[in-house]
Structures are given as structure tokens and as C-alpha cells.
Design a binder for this molecule. Sequence first.
Ligand code: SF4
Length: 489
Amino acid sequence: MKPPYPMLVDTLPEAAPRERRVYFEVFGCQMNKLDSELMLESLVARGYQLTHDSDEASVILYNTCSIREHAEERAISRLQTFRKRKESEPDLVLGLLGCVAQHKEAELFKRMPYLDMVVGTREFDQLPELIDAVRAGDEPRLATEMDSPLVFSRRRNLGPQPWHAYVSVMRGCDMVCTYCIVPTTRGKEVSRPPEVILDEIRRLAGDGVRELTLLGQTVNSYGKRLGPGIGLDTLLRGIEEINGIERVRFITSHPRFMRPKLIDAMAECSKVTDFLHLPVQSGSNAVLARMKRTYDRDFYLKVIERLRDKMPNLHLLTDFIVGFPGETEAEFEESMSLVDAADFDYGYVFMYSPRPGTVSHRLADDIAEEEKKRRLHTILHALEENGRRRNLDSIGRRVEVLVEGVSKFDASRMAGRARDFRMVVFPASPLDRPGSFVEVEVESTTAGTLLGRRIGPPGSDPVMPPTVRRAPGSGVPSEPQPPRRPAGI
Ligand code: SF4
């Protein structure tokens, strides 16, 4: 796996000495990728250079994910391949970072005695000092305090698309969903002050960023403990005032915090896009109670009703977990009926698997693997059919597209995202620039993509003023693209 920061690698003018070369791999969610970007920026500021070749590196770091056992083991087994090299090259620094570090802590040193650093999710900003400390002495370093404030001062956008940036607005989670390891690995919820976030966004806009994705484990509970009146709604209204930013979306939301004032802000801010990922997890009240999701089916449906009332073009994605302990056939059928009742545009379906350290790990994992698979395919099929049907409604409509580049499947076409995050493919023009906006009329659809012809000029600035962007029909449903979300929910 290549580190995902080509800009950081390619823009460095001179080769750093070997002891300043770092190899970095990241697993898991978007929050992990953003954390990695921030860590790398702080290392580069101290003279480190990122390399794609681990043989060239004297510092080897793995930022890990523990949401699934498979991801955890993959990261550990990669790190284990450096054992022999460490024996012959004792100055090599090997570090395991992130959720697995936070979850397993010192146990990792027993499993890998040659490991130099275990750095948890609230101590990332200490990374340069920890590398120095490892080099200054022989002691391995364990940094897994959960009370650390974690302060990163970000100077630039290192993501692969210069016009798009992820911005972390809060970290951690105060919820107690019984299947989820995130509260253990990411700690209690902490929101960043709004003025700090808005300053960061102004800098990003000055560097050419036009589209933002705000990140948080329960992003729509943003503002907790910051004082009265501060929430995601006020943050969105603040971003609305920043010149240069054209689109904002946020992931991932919890149904309980989808409050009326937030829905109003989403509908009223022209920069907030018609996209929402709102995991429901089950359509059965009994299962939702066993998961401790803190809402029921009716509450969820009322939230959707309000959303669709205020945002008629909303593209709504969800998540389901099938095969949760004790899920009966009747309870599963309630999830199936929710697909119809909520009329989702798309959804992601996961087979339940117990994670050590969670409450549900103590429950009997009593649904057979084959039955979990059957339920997964059944509900996924229903979601896809729903999405396909809703997608057809877009034919003949005009959508604003933020151009991303040449289509992966056809070099004579360009691909970009509609305001509701669906992929749109259209004939290329020599003047097309990634990061520019064009207007496309949809002529046909596949299961996840809109195909159309260009209406607006290529390579232009936004072709439609904000008021037009919200017009009914400017973009609708269904697009099975990765939601690029933080872990959990
Ligand atoms: S599933 Fe989401 S809301 Fe629930 S504990 Fe995990 S991160 Fe928090």
C-alpha cells in the first residue's frame, strides 16, 4: 500500500538524509487519513521527508484501525515484516499508531518486542518528540494518555485533491453503542473551538480549497461542552460566510443529534450540499435497544421526514448491521421494511462481528455466518434497487459537477461529483480542469453513476449561482460510492 500523500512526497525539493526519511502507512477511516496528514505535516516541518520505499526509510510508522479484527491484524502483520531488518539495523524506528495502539497499549510490546513506539489517538501531536526520545535512549515509548488535548496547527492541505480538504471538527464519542470499539480507542467527545476551525478553513480557502468535508465520529453533536448556542448549525452558518468555499458536507451523523435547528441550517446554507450519511443500523426497535442506539424507528423516520421536507433533493445514505446477536427473522424483516419506509438512496450493510472490548462481545454471536450473508445480500439488493429507481428520476435534469479528472473507465470522458456526491461522467474537453465546475444534463444512469452531456462552459468557475443550485431537480439520489467517513456510527 502506498502512502496516500503524493503532494507531500513530490513537492519536497531536496532529498533528506536517511535518518530523516519516513515511511508511513495508514489503515481505516477518513479520520485516520486526516490524522496521518496532520502527523506528516508536523514531521515535514521538522525536516523529515516522506518516502514511498520502506527500504529507504529510517522511521517506519503504521497508523492503524481496530474497527474490524482483520484490519488490526493486517497492520500488525505488516509491521512484523520489519523484525529481521530491525535486528540488523537497530537505529530503525518502528512505530504503531492509532486505534490499535490505543486499544492494545503495552500488550503490543509483548507481541512485538522490537517495536519502538506505541502512540494512541490523543498523542499524535507528540510524534516528532517521541521519535527523538526513542533515538536518544533505548527505551520503547508508550504514549496512550486519553486526557491529552491533541493540538495540531495545520498550515496547508496535503490531500490528493487540492480543491478538497477534510477538516476535523470534533474527536471521540460519548455514545455507548454496544458493538462499537470507537469510544475506547478515540475517547470522550472533544469539539474544537469554532474560531480555530473557521481560521483553518479561511487558510484552506486561500490556498484554493473549494470543497470541505467536516469530520467527526458523531459530527452533528459538534459543540458539546463549548458553551450555549454553539453547534454544527452555527459552524455551518460561519462557513457560509467564507469566500472561496463552494461546497460543504459532513460525516458521519448520528440520528439522535439531527435536530431541527441543524436541519434548518443545512437547508438555508447554500454551500451545504444535498448529501447526508445517517446510519440507522436496524429497523427493529428491539435490536436498536440491544445496540443502545438511543432512538427508535419512529424517531428515525420523523428525522428523515423533516430532512426531506426541508431538502427535497437530499441524497440519503445509511448503514445497516445484520446478524446482531439475537436478531430474529422478524426483526430482520423490520430492517427490510425500513428500506421502503425511508426510501434510502443507498446504504452500506455490514455483517455483525464481535469485537473484543465491546459490550456486545459478551453476547452470544448466535446468527450463523451463512444466515448473516443471506441477510446482507437481501438488504443490499433492496437498497440497490431503491437507489437505481431513484437514480432514474435524474434523467433530463441538470446537475452542477465539480470536476475531479479523467474517468477511470474511459479516457475520452471526465468524471466529477454532483452536489449530492454522486459520480457524474461526461465527454471531456481540452479545457477541463480538475477543481472547476461544469453543468451537465443527465442522459442516462448506471447503478451508481450519472452519464450526461455538458451544458455549461468547461473549466469555468461555478456555473450556477447558489440560489439556482438549490432548485428542485438540481441533483438527486443514488450513488454507491464510498462515503469517506470516520469510523464508528
Ligand atoms: S457507533 Fe458511532 S455513535 Fe456509536 S459508539 Fe461507535 S462511534 Fe459512537
